[in-house]
Design a protein around this ligand. Structure first.
Ligand code: PRP
Length: 205
């Protein structure tokens, strides 16, 4: 049985569709219920829904053999997993955003609110700018509006959240998309099955 961690939500549904088209269907997953684990013993697959930011934890520790998560999670947490495939879904970008008239004052540390402290620190290290990171867990856009931070580092997909809060992108850090990842031990012992999944999914993209 191949254990597959899918990110709960809209992206997860698209990802499952790709697995289904690749021949790894599990029809019960589409029924409206609160179940979290589904299996198709004939196809040798077991799917489970987890919080998107937890997928890499399940895969790194081997509770899942493979899974799908955003590149943002891989850059932030650096899990010890193999990144096998860019699924070309869940596309967005990691960006610095703030008030449109924002002017940086180089004489003091820049206050940056974010859910992604490592990505923010790595980015500002790379341009040699000292920052004060403020780690938040959501609704990051509020921080510069209330004066908690100067700018934010966050995911921008459609840009609607920024626009509706009178903020704008100041610079793009990196493009993000969903990635198929694998546990390193599973890749050794279930390598043939995993490679088969990867090649069949690739044909669907
Ligand atoms: C993400 C992100 C932005 C928003 C961007 O938040 O943190 O707030 O989506 O999308 P947009 O550019 O299409 O408006 P999420 O919905 O994950 O909620 P959160 O703020 O609670 O983390």
């Amino acid at each position: 049985m191949l254990n597959i961690a899918l990110p709960k939500g809209r992206l997860g549904e698209k990802v499952y569709d790709a697995f289904e088209k690749a021949g790894y269907e599990c029809p019960e997953i589409k029924e409206k219920n609160r179940k979290l684990i589904f299996e198709n013993s004939e196809k040798q697959v077991r799917y489970f829904w987890v919080k998107p930011s937890d997928v890499s934890i399940y895969v790194e520790r081997g509770a899942a053999d493979i899974g799908v998560c955003g590149k943002d999670i891989l850059l932030e947490y650096c899990p010890d997993v193999y990144e096998l495939l860019d699924l070309d879904m869940g596309k967005c970008r990691m960006a610095v955003a703030g008030p449109k008239d924002f002017r940086d004052d180089p004489d003091r540390a820049l206050k940056v609110a974010t859910k992604f402290p490592k990505i923010a620190s790595d980015y500002y290290d790379s341009i040699g700018r000292e920052i004060d990171v403020i780690k938040l867990n959501g609704s990051i856009e509020i921080a510069p509006i209330l004066g908690l931070s100067d700018v934010i580092v966050d995911i921008v997909e459609t840009g609607a959240t920024l626009k509706e809060n009178d903020l704008g992108v100041l610079s793009t850090i990196v493009d993000i998309s969903a990635r198929l990842i694998a546990n390193k031990v599973s890749f050794k012992f279930k390598g043939e099955q995993i490679k088969d999944v990867v090649s069949k999914i690739k044909e669907q993209l």
